[in-house]
Every structure is written in structure tokens, then in C-alpha cells.
Design a protein around this ligand. Structure first.
Ligand code: SF4
Length: 218
């Protein structure tokens, strides 16, 4: 039984890969890029969710999905759980698999044989705010999109060309139980600050859920 430290699940996610996708966010990131907008996923926690339970939870909508996107957090910080999740997905679903990592591609290369056929498209490398942002799916253009399968090349190749004037898009998710709002997608530079400012002007409060240890790691 392989356990996963899970941040959240969502369907449909329309801004992290082509079509309507299942999104799985891993909890915990050891990379901690300055400027990351996913501070809430930085803190590591005990892997407390069985991968089989994650697969069961996504089963009801997975068959309507065009694929699976795994982000975080840092999925490769939980390499066994990532592997178990993708083996389970591949065994039951045909949709493409996109995985995000902040590690350089060269560092992941030795691991990729184990993931042969499990990952169609892989975004790698840390966010670097000093680098322009013109490429889809990425926060900075140093981040590489590697297409690892024929399906990945068919589904993702059009997303490896600059689109500097593309309309920004984020998925907005509401959690009725906690009253929390989540955004999925890759915001353009300054989008989250602009959103906070608009909300403030409209009389609402906006706060980032921060990992308290973040400042020590920058
Ligand atoms: S690897 Fe991803 S989640 Fe981790 S700090 Fe960098 S951008 Fe944020």
C-alpha cells in the first residue's frame, strides 16, 4: 500500500493541459522557488492518503476527463506515490498524463526509465521570475516541456510555442465546506496581486495561505 501526502483533487481543470482534466496536487515542496504562488503546498506532511483511495476518488469523473495533471507541491518528492498513482491511472484510463516538477530535467532523467510510458508530458525546472513568461503552461520560459510519448507529442506539441498575447486563464474552485476558494492554472506575472487589490477595493479581504517556514527557505 503506497501512501501519498495529498493537497487536493479537482475536476475539471481546464488550464493545466489540453481539455478537461483531473488535477491532483501533491503536498510538500522542497524546492521553494521565490515567487511561487503555491505556498500552501510547500509544507510537508505525513503521507496519509492511500494511492488506491485517490484513484477511487477520481474514478467517478476520470472517464469524462481528457487527462490527468499532477502538480503540487513537488510530485517527485514523493516518487513512489507518484509512480503508484500513474500506474493506477494508466491501468484504468486512456487520457494523457502531464506532470509538473520544479527539478531540472537532468536531475529527473535517471528516474524516467521507471516512469516509461506513464508520463506523456513533463514540465521541469524551477520558476525564475527574472526570465520572461511567454510559453503556455509555465511560469517562466526556462521551464522545459518534454514530450515523452507519441500521445504526448500529439496532445502537447502546440503548447511548446510562445503565446505572449494569450488571454490569461485560471480555474476557480469553491469549497462549500470550508468557504475556501482555490485557483488552478499558471497566473501571469502580478495577476494574484492585482486580484487581491481588486478584492480589497470591493470590500473583501484577500490573504495568501502561507507556509510559515517559507521565509526561512528563500
Ligand atoms: S517547484 Fe513548483 S510548487 Fe515548488 S516552489 Fe517551485 S513553483 Fe512552487
Amino acid at each position: 500500500m503506497t501512501r501519498l501526502a495529498l493537497s487536493r483533487l479537482h475536476f475539471p481543470v481546464t488550464t493545466l493541459g489540453p481539455g478537461r482534466r483531473v488535477g491532483v496536487w501533491f503536498q510538500g515542496c522542497s524546492i521553494r522557488c521565490p515567487g511561487c504562488v503555491s505556498l500552501d503546498t510547500w509544507s510537508a506532511k505525513e503521507p496519509d492518503t492511500d494511492c488506491a483511495a485517490v484513484l477511487a476518488a477520481i474514478q467517478p469523473f476520470a472517464n469524462q476527463a481528457d487527462g490527468l495533471t499532477v502538480s503540487g507541491g513537488e510530485p517527485f518528492d514523493q516518487v513512489d506515490a507518484l509512480h503508484a498513482l500513474l500506474v493506477g491511472w494508466r491501468g484504468a484510463h486512456s487520457g494523457s498524463v502531464l506532470v509538473y516538477s520544479g527539478y531540472p530535467l537532468e536531475r529527473l532523467q535517471p528516474l524516467l526509465a521507471r516512469f516509461d510510458g506513464l508520463i506523456d508530458a513533463l514540465v521541469t525546472d524551477p520558476l525564475q521570475l527574472q526570465v520572461p513568461q511567454t510559453l503556455p503552461l509555465r511560469g517562466s520560459d526556462n521551464q522545459r516541456l518534454t514530450l515523452l510519448t507519441a500521445s504526448g507529442r500529439a496532445a502537447f506539441a502546440h503548447l511548446d510555442v510562445p503565446q505572449p498575447n494569450a488571454a490569461p486563464a485560471l480555474d476557480v474552485m469553491f469549497d462549500d465546506e470550508t468557504g475556501t476558494v482555490f485557483f488552478a492554472g499558471v497566473p501571469r506575472r502580478g495577476d494574484m496581486k492585482r486580484l487581491a487589490s481588486l478584492l480589497l477595493r470591493a470590500g473583501h479581504q484577500a490573504a495568501t495561505t502561507e507556509d510559515k517556514s517559507a521565509s526561512a527557505c528563500r
